[in-house]
Design a binder for this molecule. Structure first.
Ligand code: ARG
Length: 306
């Protein structure tokens, strides 16, 4: 999927419109990105190591400004759809965890984190309201959506992380549902608890990732599929700045921060890195990618309803 093809540049609605889950009325049919305004964002509980000692520490006003900066940067290059934020669900801003959508089919997340289970119904309602066909998912298999399942458009495959938040059986269910080869990757470092915190397939077959977040067999599987000249391996410092938690749109890579070295390597690979600081969301264990859900190839118009 190519986000820059045939996409009308709309979606420059102000924060207030996002809050009301309103989107511009023109039709947009190719790629889009789902976001959720941070009206009720905060660190209210601890479900990953980043949240430790951060309860009550996120500043809402700063979070809103950072989110708005990300939204407007993305809106210049992609359509943005919005799901309405809900009181009591501070992590709903992380729409990557809504589910996985490809074309007109979606799977809704089955959260491992009890605190986030009430989000399932809301995301399901959103997908249904947009006309997605919802594929049934087994009750006993945890799956945290595009936080753990990343589409590699260049290879037409899905990479699926498991071990912390999604179950080991998740990859094979995804493969069955979406009829795409799905590569299972075992995550072993609790700081990188979702695949999108340490792994980012890019266009042209490039891959930016932090190898030490994976067990040895998974590191090998990655190397077997992605040739050395297409691998951008990042060090721990960049990984801890959530450099891999990036959103690529039309050759631009939006990320919280990156070192000079990583920036140079991304530029060499033909990308334009764009830093959008997201410190408040990192207190909850998320950054740019977590705040977005890619909606590739949806052959429909998204409605203003949240
Ligand atoms: N506090 C949230 C959680 O632990 C952060 C989610 C980040 N999302 C992501 N796709 N990595 O669930």
């Amino acid at each position: 999927m190519d986000f820059d093809a045939d996409v009308a540049v709309i979606g420059d609605s102000p924060l207030a419109a996002a809050r009301d889950a309103a989107v511009p009325s023109s039709a947009y049919r190719r790629g889009a990105i789902l976001m959720c305004a941070p009206d009720f964002f905060g660190v209210d509980y601890i479900i990953n190591p980043w949240m430790e000692n951060q309860v009550g520490q996120a500043t809402l006003e700063r979070a809103q400004a950072q989110w708005e900066n990300l939204r407007s940067s993305l809106a210049a290059h992609s359509d943005i759809a919005f799901v309405a934020p809900t009181p009591g669900l501070p992590d709903m801003v992380f729409t990557a965890n809504a589910g996985l959508a490809i074309g007109d089919k979606a799977v809704v997340s089955r959260f491992h984190a009890r605190e986030r289970r009430p989000e399932e119904r809301l995301f399901c309602d959103w997908f249904e309201a947009q006309g997605y066909s919802i594929a049934p998912w087994p009750d006993n298999v945890a799956f945290e959506g595009a936080g753990d399942a990343l589409i590699d458009h260049a290879r037409n495959i899905v990479w699926c992380g498991y071990g912390w938040r999604s179950g080991e059986e998740a990859p094979r269910h995804l493969e069955r549902i979406f009829s795409r080869r799905t590569i299972a990757l075992k995550l072993v470092d609790p700081r990188f608890y979702h695949l999108d915190t340490c792994f980012c397939p890019l266009s042209g077959g490039w891959l930016m990732y932090y190898p030490a977040a994976f067990d040895l067999a998974s590191q090998e599987a990655i190397r077997a599929i992605v040739p050395a000249e297409r691998r951008i391996e990042v060090g721990e410092k960049d990984a801890l700045s959530f450099a891999c938690n990036a959103v690529e749109v039309a050759g631009r890579i939006f990320l919280n921060a990156c070192s000079d070295d990583l920036r140079a390597r991304l530029i060499d690979a033909g990308f334009t890195p764009v830093e959008t600081p997201l410190s408040e969301f990192m207190k909850a264990g998320g950054a740019a990618k977590c705040l977005t859900l890619e909606l590739p190839g949806a052959a429909r118009k998204f409605t203003p309803r949240g």
